[in-house]
Design a protein around this ligand. Structure first.
Ligand code: ZN
Length: 287
């Protein structure tokens, strides 16, 4: 993000504590629609699936023409969580939508670091970096929002974008707002709900494991200390997953309320490493 945008985020969070998600005072969720944000309250289970496809570089073409990228022909949808102005339009983002297992807010404000770097800005930055890497490798990439200065879209629409694109993989980028003592990343994978996501739960699990492995090895981020089993969390309360008919995961890149994770998130070099890790894991899955 630009320094101008960073300054704007600081100002916005300073004006409205609700804009920044979790209250720094007590660590409990704040804000009009914070309940839609993935946190550690749900059940987890151990992943049994094993999916280990080694990532190898594409062979250069013998004829001297430009080789097709390793992701040529693949469609990846990148979903940057939340949006920069969600907090300004509570009536829009609090509108309830049906996610099959329950009704939830259309979208949420997201969280922020204690010094006001918003999750929406973080996910937007990482997602743009991720999209560029994937495109450079030949993938067709679509994002679910076009800027960090808008509202939404609703979680139902975010799912629909991946479905309509017939995406081979969808990565929803987030960062958590958990109690400050917890740190590290986790990947959220859909569970069967007797609904549209059921046929892609297996593929989503493979995608999740590949991305999990890549985040640890490429970005050097440790597994979450406070949620999931080996950084995997299986959930049926997220509309973006329940309504997906294509392989999809959420990545909680770390905990914005943890000082160590928060410092990493504010480093452009770390965000680039995280984007590279997400791209590498996705590529491993797509091979
Ligand atoms: Zn989020």
């Amino acid at each position: 993000m630009t320094s101008k945008a960073f300054a704007a985020a600081l100002v916005l969070c300073g004006l409205s504590a609700a804009a920044c998600g979790t209250s720094a005072a007590n660590g409990t969720p704040a804000g009009p629609a914070r309940n839609g944000e993935p946190t550690s309250q749900t059940t987890t289970q151990t992943a049994q699936a094993a999916h280990a496809a080694p990532a190898t570089a594409p062979a250069p073409s013998a004829g001297g023409s430009v080789p097709a990228g390793p992701l040529s022909g693949k469609i990846v949808v990148v979903d940057p969580g939340h949006n920069g102005l969600n907090y300004k339009y509570p009536s829009k983002i609090n509108k309830k939508v049906n996610i099959l297992t329950q009704w939830k807010a259309c979208d949420t404000t997201g969280t922020a670091t204690d010094n006001g770097y918003s999750e929406a800005a973080f996910t937007w930055d990482v997602s743009q970096r991720l999209a560029k890497i994937l495109r450079d490798r030949g993938a067709t990439v679509k994002l679910t929002r076009t800027s960090n200065s808008g509202v939404g879209p609703c979680i139902t629409e975010r799912a629909a974008i991946g479905n309509k694109a017939k995406a081979d993989a969808v990565i929803s980028v987030h960062a958590d707002g958990a109690p400050p003592s917890g740190h590290g990343f986790h990947v959220i994978i859909p569970k069967k709900i007797n609904g549209p996501v059921d046929p892609v739960v297996g593929a989503s699990t493979e995608l999740g494991i590949d991305v999990r492995d890549s985040i640890r090895s490429v970005a050097g981020m440790p597994y979450s200390t406070y949620v999931g089993t080996k950084a995997l969390s299986f959930r049926n309360d997220l509309g973006g997953l329940n309504l997906s008919t294509v392989p999809k995961i959420f990545v909680e890149c770390g905990n914005m309320r943890n000082p160590g994770d928060a410092a990493k998130f504010q480093s452009a070099a770390f965000r680039q490493k995280m984007a590279l890790a997400l791209a590498d894991g996705t590529q491993t899955y797509l091979k």
